[in-house]
Design a protein around this ligand. Structure first.
Ligand code: DLL
Length: 432
């Protein structure tokens, strides 16, 4: 068995996990108090001192952190170590320009890769495997996280990054990839291409580790059937290092959270009140081992349920359900985080009124994004060629802001329904 199935940690009795978390929490709160003036100020405002936090029972006393805090403290304000000790950043899209930037010491990278290694081992990975990493490499955490995890397991790692399907399929067949790591929508697309090209007999895949966006059980079964594999879910976010915060085991009924590194809570998204186990609410994480970006009580905005029901795999770490939605308006489209406010910024910058509608759909297992925008009244008499040119220019500006392609349709003034209450800007037709 790989050293990255760590029974001494992963199958620890609940009391022992809690004891470990208590010890690490106390140390981490002190680390943050001493080194992150932004959070220290938030603690002082709430009248909390490090000595008030002796165990998880005191966690609720600490202030909650959210993306707005990250924006306010951007870029260095939440760092817990001097920059000279950091070796890496990763980043994700944020609203209107300011992105989330996470920092890592070498120790942080090591622990993150350990978490991803556990996920690979839980999906059956060993040093005999060929791990095909088709998550994006670069600022996004998907490529780097699974890549590092695969190295730790000792598997042969194919750093494919995303895109270029012909090349993906060539390496997959020539090198005999056995574990595929990518977003579920890309996995579905690859599965379709394999099916269409009649390559099923030439691939050796046995498992897939898919995450970074919501996917349904139907989609899982479809991918599993088309590729003849077992498909495992993996969860994480840039703010908590990246993928590997939680991962699925052979039971495939939720993802075990790596509780030696993260304390999970479920709160009521409206009141911030901590909810009892089994309640549906917003997931909040406290990172208890991170050095460079040690976020305490970070609101993920992901809605889910936690359970400590006994798992047949033997792991005792708490399980989170698949995220069931978000408590903000962030959309995840083809694995990329998109905020409606980013779209609105582009439209206003280009002189369009804020009358628009965002339509998201899933066609052949791939997300589509279409933005209907009302043209200026004076454009109405423009030639079709002129309107097409205006749409093209909007498509380019949106691509540059969002990082993904969107279709744009300029429609006649006053055709998008006005709302008397909150405008319905987003129509998400995906059934996930
Ligand atoms: O998506 C990290 C990641 C990479 C996870 C590769 C898994 C695999 P961000 O770009 O910061 O990080 O986006 C984080 O993506 O708050 C969730 O809303 C969503 N998300 C991540 N994993 C899942 C999943 C990466 N398995 C945001 N199911 C999170 C549903 C997911 N949503």
């Amino acid at each position: 068995m790989s050293k990255y199935f760590q029974p001494e940690i992963e199958t620890m009795p609940y009391e022992d996990i809690r004891a470990l978390q208590n010890e690490r929490l106390v140390k981490q709160v002190r680390h943050v108090w001493d080194n992150v003036p932004y959070y220290r100020k938030r603690m002082e405002e709430k009248g909390v001192a490090p000595d008030d936090i002796q165990s998880i029972d005191d966690l609720h006393k600490l202030p909650l952190l959210c993306k707005d805090d990250l924006r306010e403290a951007y870029p260095y304000g939440l760092m817990g170590t001097p920059m000279s000790q950091c070796v890496r950043i990763h980043s994700t899209s944020g609203t209107t320009g300011k992105r989330v930037v996470a920092f890592y010491t070498q120790h942080d990278v090591d622990l993150w890769e350990d978490c991803c290694a556990r996920a690979i081992v839980a999906a059956g990975g060993t040093e005999e495997d060929v791990v095909h990493v088709a998550y994006g490499y670069g600022l996004f955490t998907g490529g780097a996280g699974l890549h590092g995890g695969s190295h730790k397991v000792g598997s042969l790692t194919l750093p494919m990054s995303s895109g270029n399907t012909d090349r993906q399929l060539q390496f997959m067949t020539d090198l005999g990839s056995t574990i595929l790591c990518c977003t579920p929508s890309y996995a579905a697309y690859l599965a379709e291409s394999i099916h269409e090209r009649g390559l099923r007999d030439q691939i050796k895949l046995k498992a897939g580790i898919f995450g970074a966006e919501a996917w349904s059980e139907n989609m899982r079964h479809d991918i599993e059937d088309k590729l003849g594999i077992k498909a495992y879910d993996i969860y994480g976010l840039t703010e908590t290092s990246g993928p590997g915060v939680a991962f699925e085991c052979s039971e495939q009924t939720g993802m075990h959270i790596n509780e030696d590194h993260f304390i999970a809570e479920i709160i009521d998204p409206d009141t911030g009140e901590v909810l009892p186990e089994g309640s549906k609410g917003e997931l909040v994480f406290t990172a208890i081992t991170k050095e460079a970006f040690p976020l305490l009580r970070y609101r993920t905005r992901d809605i889910c349920i936690l359970t400590r029901k006994k798992c047949s795999c033997g792991r005792t770490h708490v399980k989170m359900s698949k995220p069931m939605g978000r408590s903000d308006d962030m959309l995840i489209i083809r694995g990329v985080n998109v905020f409606p406010s980013q779209i609105e910024t582009v439209l206003l910058q280009q002189g369009y009124p804020a009358n628009y509608q965002i339509v998201v759909d899933r066609v052949n297992n791939s997300d589509t994004l279409e933005i209907m925008v009302e043209m200026q009244p004076e454009m109405f008499s423009d030639s079709l060629a002129k309107i097409a040119a205006a749409e093209k220019s909007l498509v380019a500006a949106l691509k540059s802001m969002l990082g993904i392609a969107a279709k744009v349709k300029l429609v006649a003034p006053k055709t998008i329904a006005r709302s008397e209450g909150k405008a319905v800007r987003i129509i998400d037709n995906r059934k996930i």
